[in-house]
Design a binder for this molecule. Structure first.
Ligand code: LLP
Length: 428
């Protein structure tokens, strides 16, 4: 569900025409829908209402402070992975006491900063990190609240670069080793054991891997509650979204007859499957969704600069590049491509939509049948709200694009386009 739709032949974000946004603010530009973000947060929060829970938005998915502020106001907690993300949450008016700090490589500065601000818990990913946090906490005369991340060794059935819950992934502590780590943690003077955490991967489109992981780990969570009085069990993020609307349009019967793996996963199905396993634990359940909240709440607006017809291919060259949206290049990610203005039927043509960056991997689609848009036309790369702007770079010395938040009829520039001077600001 999202609030991008056509009105008067032009794609709108809520009540605002994307054509007008491009006229006023130029391209490439990310545009987000505030009400889509709010709705996604609320739908998940409500689906989990039968159990004691907290939705901790994964800041890495989209860390613009306007987005964080919106979620803080909605009541969200935050899953952070760096001191920089903690700084952003605080600047956005979020409460450090509602932040859990994950990541395999926390530095001394980050640990001290988080202790000083009083975060909810560190999600510890190795025994070496636990020993170090205990040491740093001792030095600053504090107790560090800690949950330990388990690697449950289940297959999330997602792209190999975003799978995190198998033993060969760098994340968490092996199922067979974790009890020993809890035992030793309980002896550490400056550690306070608060919880157990896991995250098996991202962009999961079926509930089964979640159910497998939670079923496997629930008895351990119960045991740790009995032994150490842990308060929460974080089951991570990972709920997938639909990038290709052709997959969304199928009815239940249609899906039953087609590929089960691509059926959209809803908050209701997620909650209905997991609540019966989780409720008997009597623990607070934390969720860490990123993509589910913001993925379909953003588009990347870009303009077609040139068309090039070769002997083998038709290329449409647009003014956004892989530096603005790297998902197709990095994960073979699919983003729907929609002309912003549509009046009447148009021919379609097999197209490669590519950016200006000097890399063969700089493409948004290859050999896709698309409306035959032309030079000067505007197009929207859909579902670019998560892992879009946050993964942007200035490669090829391309300034970072504008970001805009639409809320009903209101349009706010939430990050200004970089200038050439900005590009060089830190260089000497
Ligand atoms: N919790 C932990 C510990 C994580 O590592 C992640 C994502 C999340 C929560 C949020 O996952 P989500 O609900 O967004 O799936 N750049 C990639 C995705 C990387 C995900 C990294 N970790 C992409 O564009 O597909």
């Amino acid at each position: 569900m999202h609030y991008f739709s056509f009105s008067d032949s032009s794609l709108h974000a809520e009540k605002v025409s994307l054509y007008k946004i491009a006229e006023q603010h130029g391209t490439p530009t990310f545009v987000y829908s505030a009400n889509t973000i709010r709705d996604h947060y609320q739908s998940l929060d409500q689906a989990l209402a039968p159990i004691d829970h907290e939705v901790a938005y994964a800041v890495k998915a989209n860390s613009n402070i306007a987005v964080l502020s919106l979620l803080a106001k909605a009541g969200s907690s935050f899953d952070i992975v760096s001191g920089g993300e903690l700084f952003r949450v605080v600047k956005a008016g979020g409460d450090p006491a509602k932040c859990t700090f994950a990541g395999v490589g926390k530095t001394r500065e980050e640990i001290e900063y988080a202790l000083e601000l009083g975060i909810h818990a560190f999600n510890v990913e190795s025994e070496a990190e636990l020993i170090f946090i205990n040491k740093v906490a001792g030095e600053v005369e504090k107790k560090a609240p800690v949950s330990i991340r388990i690697n449950p060794n289940v297959d999330a059935k997602t792209h190999k670069y975003i799978s995190t819950g198998k033993s060969e992934n760098k994340f968490g502590i092996d199922f067979d080793l974790i009890s020993g780590v809890f035992e030793r943690a309980a002896q550490m003077e400056h550690i306070e054991l608060k919880g157990l955490q896991m995250h098996i991967g991202s962009q999961l489109t079926t509930v089964q891997p979640f159910a497998d992981a939670v079923t496997k780990v629930a008895p351990l969570a119960a045991d740790l509650k009995a032994k150490y009085g842990i308060e929460f069990f974080s089951i991570g993020g990972g709920i997938g979204i639909i990038y290709d609307p052709a997959l969304e349009s199928g009815s239940k019967e249609w899906w039953d007859a087609h590929n089960e793996d691509d059926r959209p996963l809803t908050a209701a199905e997620y909650a209905e499957t997991l609540i019966p396993i989780l409720k008997p634990l009597g623990l607070k359940i934390l969720l860490e969704p990123g993509r589910y909240i913001v993925g379909n709440a953003g588009v990347l607006l870009t303009r077609c600069l040139y068309e090039k017809k070769g002997t083998a291919k038709t290329f449409k060259i647009v003014d956004a590049g892989m530096n603005d949206l790297i998902r197709p290049a990095l994960y073979e990610g699919y983003h729907e491509i929609v002309p912003v203005t549509q009046s009447g039927p148009v021919n379609t043509v097999k197209t490669d939509v590519v950016g200006p960056v000097c890399e063969t991997g700089d493409f948004f689609c290859q050999d896709r049948e698309l409306p035959d848009f032309r030079e000067g036309d505007l197009i929207a790369l859909m579902s670019a709200g998560a892992y879009g702007a946050v993964m942007g770079s200035t490669y090829n010395s391309r300034p970072l694009p504008t970001e805009i938040l639409v809320d009903g009829e209101e349009t706010t520039v939430i990050r200004k386009r970089q200038t050439y001077d900005d590009l060089l600001a830190q260089e000497i």
